[in-house]
Write a protein that binds this ligand. Structure first.
Ligand code: C5P
Length: 246
């Protein structure tokens, strides 16, 4: 198995920014520190431990290219990491990485930079399943009650919402990254579907009519998005050693 990993890290993390102390507020979310390391380094350390991953392609914001270079120099990893300029959307950032995929790679793994608590065990299970399934993603059963709502807006501002219906939780899973695809499949999906608002890669592959397999992930594998997530992340680092996060 010849795997290349794409790590989109070019978002600006505007939903987190306001809550950060001054010295961290000017840097993109993947470079924000939890304890002694930037979020991105936790993520890359786990990916670096996977033997079949030959190279990591990291999409970064042009304005912060030097900051990313500096961090990678300060925390050297035993894996080839190539920087690519990201785009205006996550989709565009991943697409820019796809343009550099090696023709020898048969599998592409995509993982968001801001999910630092992904485990080696989860990646191993996804890659094992990828031997028989063309598209494999991680997810966890939804724990909350989920309702579909109609949001009303006044001059573009969300004003409130009314319940339309309650969804059957038994059929709902919260989808995470990593997501793993046969190379030609992901390239075809990105070539065909160009909606910049997509939030994961599997949704493009689903449109091709391909069956996507979900492997059970971990509730520790959170996406750091809002200030609360940073509080949870600090607790995870402090209270749960790596081996207990699967
Ligand atoms: O915005 P969201 O938290 O869903 O972003 C998921 C991942 O996509 C993050 O790691 C972020 O850095 C990345 N991203 C990107 N380029 C963008 C927007 C987001 O690489 N233009």
């Amino acid at each position: 198995m010849n795997v290349e990993a794409i790590v989109p890290a070019a978002g600006l993390g505007l939903r987190l920014k306001a809550a950060l102390p001054n010295r961290q507020a000017g840097i993109p979310k993947p470079l924000v520190k939890i304890a002694d390391k930037p979020i991105l380094i936790y993520t890359l350390c786990v990916l670096s431990r996977i033997k079949s991953i030959k190279r990591i392609i990291l999409a970064v914001n042009k304005e912060y290219l030097d900051n990313f270079r500096e961090v990678l120099k300060r925390f050297p990893l035993k894996k080839r990491i190539d920087l690519v300029l990201g785009g205006a959307s996550r989709r565009e950032s991943v697409e820019n990485c796809l343009k550099t995929i090696d023709s020898a790679a048969n599998i592409i793994l995509v993982h968001d930079a801001v999910r630092p608590f992904v485990s080696k065990d989860l990646i191993d299970r996804l890659l094992k399943e990828a031997r028989v399934s063309p598209a494999v993603i991680s997810g966890v059963p939804v724990k909350a009650t989920i309702k579909s709502v109609k949001v009303s807006k006044c001059q573009g501002v969300k004003e409130g919402c009314m319940v339309e219906k309650t969804l059957n939780r038994d059929n709902l899973w919260e989808i995470q990254t990593p997501q793993v695809f046969r190379r030609e499949l992901l390239l075809e999906a990105y070539e065909k579907y160009r909606n910049p608002a997509v939030t994961d890669d599997a949704s493009l592959v689903e449109k091709l009519g391909v069956k996507v397999k979900v492997v059970r992930g971990s509730y520790f594998n959170i996406k750091i998005t809002t200030p609360e997530d940073l509080v949870f992340a600090k607790t995870i680092v402090k209270s749960f050693p790596l081996r207990k996060r699967s």
